[in-house]
Structures are given as structure tokens and as C-alpha cells.
Design a protein around this ligand. Structure first.
Ligand SMILES: CC(=O)CC(=O)SCCNC(=O)CCNC(=O)[C@H](O)C(C)(C)COP(=O)(O)OP(=O)(O)OC[C@H]1O[C@@H](n2cnc3c(N)ncnc32)[C@H](O)[C@@H]1OP(=O)(O)O
Length: 425
């Protein structure tokens, strides 16, 4: 990246992630993001300080949340004069918020800023029936009581049927899980390897909690002190007992255990120039390197809805002049175990790397001891826009603990998109 200066990751804060319909069922996006932000404000003494800008987003949004980030600032301990704006890139929203703040710091337009993301699958917006909405808008625009009443005579019993949001791609009508199941079948991903990856995610997240890794990354919220979905005693044998929920017949390998649960939660990350961090006596965990987004043709092509990172990471490697094995940590968002495994398999596959990536050699194999070492979304849960912040803060702290090194971040997103990044120390 042609930066003018390095972008420091000072720290992060999130609330524990909850399963949808669980303890945060009555919390709004604003409530959760404010809690995550206030935890960050308290941890880094940011109350009343000029932090530059707050950039955040949510995937599932009510119309009242049109200015979500700014409303969160106004309800938080941050200086109320802090500007804020929303971003949206499906599951990459949290990381895109980080990119947005980081680029401004790199260019010298900001000294510091906070990135964030939140989502509630529990409080998903339910839309009014389109016909009902038209009648109500007509009545609202009508002049005079008589005209309003005449407009309302257009109401029909069928208008009470609401538009319930579906976790589906608008262009195919298929859910994320169904798309992932098709890609898994095309790549021949076995059930056993998915269950093994999912069990490992739980065991590693559990171990990270046990050693206090999250003590300065998480603040409790509404009685929850740990991610609710976490089952540290998960094992491939236990997971093997679950019934498939995506895919068809013999080839159906994806279950509730090797898919992320629908979740609620929020995460924030404090970014700054080195000078700002020094001036405020705040140690730096790590630095942001380059970022590369990607998108695939999953509608008319056969590239796989969640496979964009398989294409974006090689471009990122070229930009930073590295090979795939030259990283100390890999943080690959686990939307589904099968999607992580498809991505890894694609990078090892000579045909894919030659035909799709135009490479003479495969990208190579990732050492699983360096992949998602503190667990990932399968165990923690995946409140869509909160995942990027969780991953960046987790990786930055890992690098700070290690003292030096580099990590690769890869997040797949709805719409056939993906966003990838390098974090280094
Ligand atoms: C959006 C983007 O931009 C990109 C992306 O990230 S794509 C990913 C987006 N996310 C999704 O699509 C979410 C996908 N997940 C889902 O739709 C749902 O969670 C699901 C259909 C997979 C499961 O839903 P569900 O049936 O309500 O799950 P749930 O009741 O919790 O679990 C079913 C069973 O499995 C069990 N189970 C779940 N996880 C387990 C584990 N790790 N170990 C053992 N058992 C487990 C549960 O205990 C439950 O058992 P019982 O039936 O005996 O109670």
C-alpha cells in the first residue's frame, strides 16, 4: 500500500457473541455497538478525547438505523462531536470499516479512529408487505382527511403478510448454506474434515478463554462473559452425530455444528498513527499492512459464492511480495467449515491455481497449527458485521504476544465478495 505512514492497531473491544434468540434477543444494534464502544472508551481512556472518526456498520439494519454509527457515538462515552459514518460490505463490513479508518490515518487525514461492526439476527427487521407500504405512503401523501381515507380503502387482508428477511442471496434465492454446500460438493469436501475443523475451533477458543487471552478484548454484556456458542468439549465424534442441514442426499455434509450459528454481537477496534499512540502513552499491538478485496461470479459462473478470498489472497500476496507460507498466523473467517476447507484446497490445487489464478505453481498448503489458533466464527459465532473487528483485534494481540510476525486475514462475504488483509508487527 502506498502509505505515507504506518497504521497502528492499539486494541479492540467486543461484547461476547450470543446465539440468536438468546440473551441479547431484546438488544438492538445500537445497544450492542454502544456497549462494545463504551468498553473500548473505558479501556483506553477515550472519554471526552478527540478520536477522529467512528466508522461502523451492520448487515441487518432497521430503517431507524440509517445513521447507526453516529447514533452510537451520541449514546456513548465518546466526545459527542466525533464524526461517524456507516459502511456495508456484508460479512466483510467490520474489516471494511477498519480499512476505511486505516486509509485515512495512512494518508494523514486522521490521527486516530475507531472501526466497528454489529449485527443482530434476533432483531432482524421485518418489512411491511410492499402493497401495504404503497397504500400507507399514498395515504400519507394525500391532502385532507377525505383523501387519506379514500387511499386507505385500498387496504386488503393479504396486506398483513410481512416480508421476513431470509439469509439468502437475492440473485439465486439460495441460502448461504446451500451455496456453500454446492461448493463443498464440487471440491469433494468430506464431513469428517469439516467436523474436525469445527471441533478444533471450539477447543482453541475455549483454551484461549482459559488462559485469559480475551481478558482485555471483551467486556461482559447482559450477563454474558463468554461467547454463548462456545462448547470447549466439542469433538469430531460428537459433531458426527448431528443431522445435515444444507445440501441434499448422500452428499449433505453440513450441519449446525460445522456451520456458524445465527448470532448477535458487536466489536470495535482502535486505530491510530504511531505519533498519536505515543502521545497518549498507548502501546501498539500491531500494524495494518495491505488490503485487497475480491468478488466472484457465482450467478452465471461456477466460482462459488464464498470463494472470493481464494482469488483475492493471491493478489494480496503479489502486492506484499510474499508467498502463502510466509505468515505466522492465518485468520480465515469460518462462515462454514466447508468454505474454509474449499479455500485451502483451491490454493493447493495445481489446476485451480493455473486456470483460475494464472499461476505456474499452486499457492501451497497452510500449516493448520497456524490457522485460527484461538478459534474462529464456528465457535465464537458470527454476528455478520462484528466478525472483522473480532478477527483484527484477536490477530493484533496474537502478534503482540509473539513479539513479531505477520498474519493474513481472509473474510468471505455475501454477494460473492471477500476482503483480505495483512496485519504485522
Ligand atoms: C453473510 C456473509 O456475508 C458471509 C458469511 O459469513 S456466510 C455465513 C452466514 N451465516 C449463516 O448462513 C448462518 C448459518 N446457520 C444457520 O442458518 C443455522 O444456525 C443452522 C441452520 C445451521 C442451524 O440452526 P438450528 O437448527 O436452529 O441450530 P441449533 O438448534 O442451534 O442446533 C441444532 C442441533 O445441533 C446441536 N449442535 C450445534 N452445535 C453443536 C456443537 N458444536 N456440538 C454439538 N452439538 C451441536 C444443537 O445442540 C442442536 O441439538 P438439539 O437439536 O438436540 O437441540
Amino acid at each position: 500500500m502506498s502509505t505515507t505512514r504506518r497504521v497502528a492497531i492499539v486494541g479492540g473491544n467486543r461484547i461476547p457473541f450470543a446465539r440468536s434468540g438468546g440473551p441479547y434477543a431484546r438488544a438492538s444494534n445500537q445497544d450492542m455497538l454502544t456497549a462494545a464502544l463504551d468498553g473500548l472508551v473505558a479501556r483506553y481512556g477515550l472519554a471526552g478525547r478527540d478520536v477522529g472518526e467512528f466508522v461502523a456498520g451492520a448487515v441487518l439494519k432497521h430503517s431507524r438505523d440509517f445513521n447507526l454509527a453516529r447514533e452510537v457515538v451520541l449514546g456513548s462515552g465518546l466526545d459527542s462531536r466525533t464524526p461517524a459514518h456507516d459502511v456495508q460490505m456484508a460479512c466483510a463490513t467490520g474489516l471494511e470499516s477498519v480499512v476505511s479508518v486505516a486509509n485515512k490515518i495512512a494518508l494523514g487525514q486522521l490521527e486516530s479512529g475507531i472501526a466497528g461492526g454489529v449485527d443482530s439476527a434476533s432483531d432482524a427487521p421485518i418489512e411491511l408487505n410492499d402493497d401495504l407500504r404503497r397504500v400507507l405512503l399514498r395515504a400519507n401523501h394525500a391532502k385532507g382527511v377525505g383523501a387519506k381515507l379514500r387511499a386507505l380503502t385500498g387496504l386488503r387482508p393479504g396486506h398483513v403478510v410481512p416480508g421476513i428477511p431470509r439469509n439468502a442471496e437475492p440473485r439465486t434465492g439460495l441460502s448461504m448454506g446451500e451455496h456453500a454446500a454446492r461448493t463443498a460438493a464440487a471440491w469433494g469436501i468430506e464431513r469428517a474434515e469439516q467436523d474436525e475443523l469445527a471441533a478444533r475451533s471450539h477447543q482453541r477458543l475455549g483454551a484461549a478463554y482459559e488462559r485469559g487471552f480475551f481478558d482485555d478484548l471483551i467486556t461482559p454484556f447482559q450477563g454474558l462473559t463468554r461467547d454463548q456458542n462456545l462448547r470447549p468439549d466439542s469433538s469430531p465424534d460428537k459433531l458426527a452425530k448431528l443431522k445435515p442441514v444444507f445440501g441434499r442426499g448422500e452428499g449433505a455434509t453440513m450441519t449446525a455444528g460445522n456451520s456458524t450459528p445465527l448470532s448477535d454481537g458487536a466489536a470495535t477496534v482502535l486505530l491510530a498513527s504511531e505519533e498519536w499512540a505515543r502521545r497518549h502513552r498507548l502501546p501498539v499491538l500491531a500494524y495494518l499492512g495491505d488490503f485487497v478485496p475480491g468478488a466472484v461470479d457465482y450467478v452465471s459462473g461456477d466460482e462459488g459464492l464464498l470463494m472470493a478470498p481464494a482469488y483475492a489472497v493471491p493478489r494480496l500476496l503479489d502486492r506484499v511480495g510474499s508467498s502463502l507460507d510466509e505468515f505466522d498466523f492465518y485468520e480465515i473467517h469460518e462462515a462454514f467449515a466447508s468454505q474454509v476447507l474449499c479455500t485451502l484446497k483451491a490454493w493447493e490445487d495445481p489446476e485451480f491455481c493455473a486456470e483460475r489464478l494464472g499461476r505456474d505453481e499452486p499457492l501451497g498448503r497452510i500449516d493448520t497449527d497456524r490457522l485460527n489458533v484461538n478459534g474462529s466464527s464456528l465457535a465464537a459465532g458470527h454476528p455478520f458485521a462484528a466478525t472483522g473487528g473480532r478477527i483484527v483485534a484477536t490477530l493484533a494481540k496474537l502478534l503482540a504476544e509473539r513479539g513479531s510476525g505477520r498474519g493474513l486475514v481472509s473474510i468471505c462475504a455475501a454477494g460473492g465478495q471477500g476482503l483480505t488483509a495483512v496485519v504485522e508487527r
